[in-house]
Write a protein that binds this ligand. Structure first.
Ligand code: GTP
Ligand code: MG
Length: 148
């Protein structure tokens, strides 16, 4: 089954939006398989966003992401990478449709409260980076009410 890495960024944690974001993934039927609150090191964040190292906003992005604790999680389910990105909305919150997380809760791209893996391959890398001890598999009886 597919898995994705979703993170509530420091602004989302400080604004008390952790429960709201978890609730949306739970309500949709996805399965929470890992969860951690931590204040990551600059090095860890640089690795997470290593694809963006050459961008002008990179230093500012790392500073933003280092400004407080984050909540990282792994969600599992059918097509969860693409669907998770849809639930988050566009990178720029002002371009995000109402009903999406960014479209409902934020305004500026540099304070967009959440992260979601952009492909199955990135999800695998990010899950290995943030949960190096591994994320166990377990089955859930509820799935009979979610999947046909
Ligand atoms: P993530 O889920 O956080 O990875 O966002 P994304 O995949 O929608 O966008 P991307 O990976 O390209 O950028 C990562 C993060 O960098 C964004 O979520 C923003 O917080 C920040 N970012 C991206 N573009 C800009 C920009 O033009 N200016 C600023 N200040 N921040 C940006
Ligand atoms: Mg990204």
């Amino acid at each position: 089954t597919e898995r994705t890495y979703i993170m509530v960024k420091p602004d989302g944690v400080e604004r008390g939006l952790v429960g709201e974001i978890i609730k949306r993934f739970e309500n949709r039927g996805f399965k929470l398989v890992a969860l951690e609150l931590l204040h990551p090191t600059v090095e860890h964040l640089e690795q997470h966003y290593s694809d963006l190292r050459e961008k002008k906003f990179f230093r500012g992005l790392i500073e933003y992401m280092h400004s407080g604790p984050v909540v990282g999680m792994v969600w599992e389910g059918k097509d969860v990478v693409k669907t998770g990105r849809k639930m988050l909305g566009e990178t720029n919150p002002l371009a995000s449709a109402p009903g999406t997380i960014r479209g409902d809760f934020c305004i500026d791209v540099g304070k967009n409260i959440c992260h979601g893996s952009d492909s199955v391959e990135s999800a695998q890398k990010e899950i290995a980076l943030w949960f190096p001890r591994g994320v166990p598999h377990f089955s859930r009886g509820l799935d009979r009410l979610i999947y046909e």
